[in-house]
Design a protein around this ligand. Sequence first.
Ligand SMILES: NC(=O)C1=CN([C@@H]2O[C@H](COP(=O)(O)OP(=O)(O)OC[C@H]3O[C@@H](n4cnc5c(N)ncnc54)[C@H](OP(=O)(O)O)[C@@H]3O)[C@@H](O)[C@H]2O)C=CC1
Ligand SMILES: CC(=O)N[C@@H](CCC(=O)OP(=O)(O)O)C(=O)O
Length: 342
Amino acid sequence: MTVRAAVAGASGYAGGELLRLLLTHPEVEIGALTGDSNAGRRLGALQPHLLPLADRVLSETTADVLAAHDVVFLALPHGRSAAVAEQLGPDVLVVDMGADFRLKDAADWERFYGSPHAGTWPYGLPELPGARAALEGSKRIAVPGCYPTAVSLALYPAYAAGLAGTEAVIVAASGTSGAGRTPKPHLLGSEVMGSMSPYGVGGVHRHTPEMIQNLSAAAGEPVTVSFTPTLAPMPRGILATCSATAREGVTAESLRAAYEKAFADEPFVHLLPEGQWPATASVHGSNAVQVQVTHDAAANRIIAISAIDNLTKGTAGGAVQSMNLALGLPEELGLSTIGVAP
Ligand SMILES: NC(=O)C1=CN([C@@H]2O[C@H](COP(=O)(O)OP(=O)(O)OC[C@H]3O[C@@H](n4cnc5c(N)ncnc54)[C@H](OP(=O)(O)O)[C@@H]3O)[C@@H](O)[C@H]2O)C=CC1
Ligand SMILES: CC(=O)N[C@@H](CCC(=O)OP(=O)(O)O)C(=O)O
């Protein structure tokens, strides 16, 4: 089976990472590439690391250009996907890497994104309970946000096994590519290098309701999330440090057993050996997720830490993994767990 794939947002970071993966996917042929301000430019001038596509010229992002493909990936800013998606036919597989179709609760969407809710699509985090069944054969996929990917994978086994209290506290560090390619003063090298800084503090970050949605579903009861993101002086990577009160009787051993069971058959999620902790450098450019968990007995808290590459498992790799499931291809096709180090 060869599928023809179009990529909208090919000049951005998420679109560039997606193309890097699609170039080595054995069943994908790369079709139309589109941009906005960069329409008309050669991809080689914008994504020089994608040598085989250097002479491709970006088109305008219109439904006409994107239609007539088997798969359309939308790597566009929030709120831009829905208008394009609604013009694409029901037979086209549409994979939205933005947020437009992630949230189930319309009120949450309106509160955090400030626009009318477009709808909800099957959620592209296959590792969550029940997610694979919803993705298989689907023609619409909502790829998760990068922080919710890291946090949900770190904590869902503890919630699914009934081991964690319902108030999760998360501090996560992200590399600057998480903020996209549009220039902003706080992303200047001189602002970021040699410094770490929090942002979106106090329950206002738009990924908070997405984490609540995932963890509450795993727990079977409402979970609250206190989420503090921080910007780290590195181009890629997320390290999510997550904690919750341990329910009575929880030990490091019972936690480990729950996580071993949850991840036993997962091709991309790796519970590290005891005593070894996740590091962003270990998953650079790979679709792997590193997780470690323990019980802080003195504070009676579960501590779960994950590392992902925000551009790979955090968006483009998750999109390809979900596409594979939707098309009935092997889930791991075109994806690697091999990183780049040092
Ligand atoms: N970066 C990350 O780690 C992650 C990103 N995502 C999501 O992926 C999507 C893209 O993010 P990212 O690549 O980081 O962002 P970038 O800013 O790097 O890229 C944005 C892309 O969208 C295009 N674009 C901008 N405005 C419009 C518009 N009005 N209509 C059509 N196209 C437009 C840009 O085109 P041009 O350059 O030609 O103007 C560019 O190709 C976002 O929804 C983001 O939330 C999800 C998870 C992680
Ligand atoms: C460092 C940084 O700024 N990160 C982005 C997360 C981007 C992302 O993954 O997610 P979306 O698809 O929801 O935009 C942020 O905090 O807004």
